[in-house]
Design a protein around this ligand. Structure first.
Ligand code: PBG
Length: 326
């Protein structure tokens, strides 16, 4: 019997060899921590479908944000949760300078300055009473161009409140161009746009509804993409780059790694992937049952996203991973 002449196992034989030849790195700086801040609560509130994730008060957010930055995460992505009675059809509270998201951005900008990258979700679903990502026309459909006008107002307010990066996540056509123009006109030429460029209509956003205390009648299929459409995703990504996106994101991550890879191959700008709420819940639940090892699996999923071409990964484990890696 011939012995194998090629022995790839040689380079796996010691931890030092494996470290030397590792092709993909995962560092804390690659990770962005999404955080929720709620109005009208006196202490942080657990999100039952996302064990370990909470809706913060403004104070607990400041402490948790400082801890995450101290641990080394690359940035923070903020979502605001207003009181129900402050929600209306156009999401007015999102553009109120004292609205919860803008107030929290001001807090963190004051605390952290340029020590981290402060990002904000630029969308209406957290702020509207109907739960859609846009404003509705008289037939109840999401009105693309009217929504973009609101996104511009949101983005300008978030930039003025201290966001380094705004993250339009509503999948309206032309949202990046509209926001870029609006930011520039308001003097925020250095505020970057992280475009949720290829965002799929996904069941994995389920726990996010609880996280932002929002409900939605119907679905988002007139603005988010069908899970099977890869070429359409590339079209969306190219359009966002043309419109001036500084970073393009694919979301969710795990079921769409082929799209992440294609995005990385075509995009001249950094690519991000979002490990969304349902991905967090799914792994947490299996780990809680003792079926998988949490740390091993989390590191494996994030490494897979990096291997697929993601420069940046948004994950609710960002601060934990930063601590594990240090
Ligand atoms: C829209 C937005 C959503 C998420 C991020 N931004 C919800 C949606 O599109 O339905 C989901 C994030 C997650 O599930 O972790 N504002």
């Amino acid at each position: 019997m011939a012995f194998p002449s090629h022995r790839p196992r040689r380079l796996r034989s010691t931890p030092a060899l494996r470290r030397l030849v590792a092709q993909t790195s995962l560092e804390a700086r690659h990770l962005v921590l999404p955080m929720f801040v709620a109005d009208g609560i006196s202490e942080s509130r657990p999100i039952s479908s996302m064990p370990g994730v909470v809706q913060h008060t403004r104070d607990s957010l400041r402490r948790a944000a400082a801890d995450a930055v101290q641990a080394g995460v690359g940035g923070l992505m903020l979502f605001g949760v207003p009181r129900d009675e402050h929600k209306d059809p156009v999401g007015t509270v999102g553009t109120d300078p004292d609205g919860i998201l803008n107030a929290a951005l001001q807090d963190l900008a004051k605390d952290l300055g340029d020590e981290t990258v402060l990002m904000a979700d630029t969308c209406l679903d957290e702020f509207t009473d109907h739960g859609h990502c846009g404003v509705l026309d008289d037939r109840g459909r999401v009105d693309n161009d009217a929504t973009n006008l609101r996104y511009v107002e949101l983005a300008v307010m978030q930039a003025a409140s201290g966001a380094h990066v705004v993250g339009p996540s509503g999948m309206m056509d032309g949202q990046v161009a509209a926001i870029r123009d609006g930011l520039d006109a308001a003097g925020h030429v250095d505020t970057a746009i992280l475009a949720y460029a290829a965002k799929f209509a996904s069941g994995f956003y389920g726990p996010f509804r609880e996280a932002v205390s929002s409900r939605l009648d119907g679905d988002r299929r007139t603005y988010q993409q069908e899970p099977g459409n890869a070429r359409e995703a590339l079209h969306e990504i190219r359009l966002d780059i043309e419109e001036g996106a500084d970073i393009v994101m694919v979301k969710p991550a795990m079921s769409y790694l082929d799209v992440v890879r294609s995005a990385a191959d075509l995009a001249p700008v950094p690519v991000a992937a979002y490990q969304v709420s349902g991905e967090y819940s799914m792994i947490s639940a299996a780990a809680a049952n003792g079926w998988i090892d949490l740390r091993t699996v989390v590191l494996e999923t994030l490494t897979g996203m990096r291997r697929s071409g993601a420069d940046i990964v948004l994950t609710y484990w960002a601060a934990d991973v930063a601590r594990w890696l240090s």
